[in-house]
Design a binder for this molecule. Structure first.
Ligand code: PMP
Length: 360
């Protein structure tokens, strides 16, 4: 047995060279004479690692200097609640654009904390499109507008940053961060769980415009307060040091690939190959409107559900892992994050073509 192409939605494939480096440094990291997991986060060595990871991430995303970069915990799920707690008062409205299961979850977590308004939703369309910007019913006095840049389950992605005027735009980029360049200055805050394009789970990257931190209420516990985290260099408490270290290696890897422009070009080719094959196959089907199709998560169905289990069994035997779709949409899902190479998508398409010819 050997490493296979891994299409998991997350925790997801990591670059092999990164895993090999971590393996080689497992017992002794740098001059520490100990593993990076075994040293204090308050020591000089780890502080240098943390600063370098932040710098590399800033370089990759071209983060403007008036934004703080935080390395936090709790998964993106904690931040669904935390961002509402920090940036909206209980009596204030906050606008949500609902494009799939994760935006619905964000709404649910914010509801106990602020006056959530659904400014637009594609629930009626079963989350197969982004509601046109002209149809959004935004409140100019809202605390923020929240979007999920890429819906990991439904495979729906914003390919342009919507204009929401002066109200800060907050976006969950968990499953699309680092997949192509973005203009950070268009957002009040972006946040992303690590376990797709950044590193192991347990780490959340938050990039927040400094002026928004003035809103963080003193009345909430420090550990939930973004301004406190920023003032303490993301080290209010013990951070997930190994995840931070590994994220740092992934950032170096991403730079070595040529940064987000180069990665974006490869990702463009990957999704073109896969959607192109699906659309022309007459066998597989992806229901998402072409302009809103995700570059990272490609759900697709077979002509009959009765073929699903044999597709999964045979694809796994062919070295293509974790293609089972989410139960909310059924069928299959291929997650093709940065660490999944073009050859992996080609291998998937070859398998799909062969499977279709045998089962059509
Ligand atoms: N948002 C998106 C877009 C996700 O894909 C996920 C997890 N797959 C989450 C939020 C929740 O992340 P976590 O489980 O790390 O809290």
């Amino acid at each position: 047995m050997s490493r296979a192409f891994n299409f998991s939605a997350g925790p997801a494939a990591l670059p092999e060279s990164v895993l090999l480096q971590a393996q080689s440094e497992m017992l002794e990291w740098g001059k520490a004479r100990a593993s990076v997991m075994e040293i204090s986060h308050r020591g000089k060595d780890f502080e240098a690692l943390a600063a370098e990871a932040e710098k590399d991430l800033r370089d990759l995303l071209d983060v403007p200097s008036n934004y703080k970069v935080l390395f936090l915990q709790g998964g993106a799920t904690l931040h669904f609640a935390q961002l509402a707690m920090n940036f909206a008062r209980p009596d204030q409205t906050a606008d949500y654009i609902v494009t799939g299961a994760w935006s619905e979850k964000a709404v649910k977590e914010a509801k106990p904390l602020t006056q959530v308004r659904i400014a637009a939703s594609d629930e009626a369309g079963k989350f197969t499109a982004i509601p046109p910007r002209a149809s959004w019913d935004l409140d100019p006095n809202a605390a923020y507008v929240h979007i999920v840049a890429n819906e990991t389950i439904h495979g729906v992605e914003f390919h342009t940053v919507p204009d929401v005027g002066a109200v800060p735009l907050i976006s969950d980029l968990s499953s699309t961060i680092l997949s192509q360049p973005i203009d950070v200055s268009r957002f009040g805050m972006i946040y992303a769980g690590a376990q797709k394009n950044i590193g192991p789970s347990g780490l959340v990257v938050v990039i927040v415009r400094e002026d928004l931190l003035e809103r963080c209420p003193k009345s909430i516990p420090k550990i939930l307060n973004y301004a406190e985290h920023a003032a303490n260099g993301s080290m209010l408490n013990t951070p997930p040091t190994f995840s931070w270290y590994l994220a740092g290696l992934v950032f170096k890897w991403a730079k070595a690939q040529g940064g987000l422009k180069a990665l974006g070009e490869i990702n463009r080719q990957k999704q073109e190959l896969l959607y192109g094959y699906i659309d022309g196959s007459g066998f597989y089907r992806n229901p998402v409107e072409i302009s809103a199709r995700s570059w990272m998560n490609v759900p697709f169905t077979l002509p009959s559900e009765s073929l699903d289990s044999v597709f999964l069994k045979e694809s796994e035997a062919a070295g293509l892992l974790a293609l089972k779709g989410h139960r909310a949409v059924g069928g299959m899902r291929a997650s093709i994050y940065n660490a999944l190479p073009l050859q992996g998508v080609q291998a998937l398409v070859d398998f799909m073509r062969d499977f279709a010819s045998r089962n059509g």
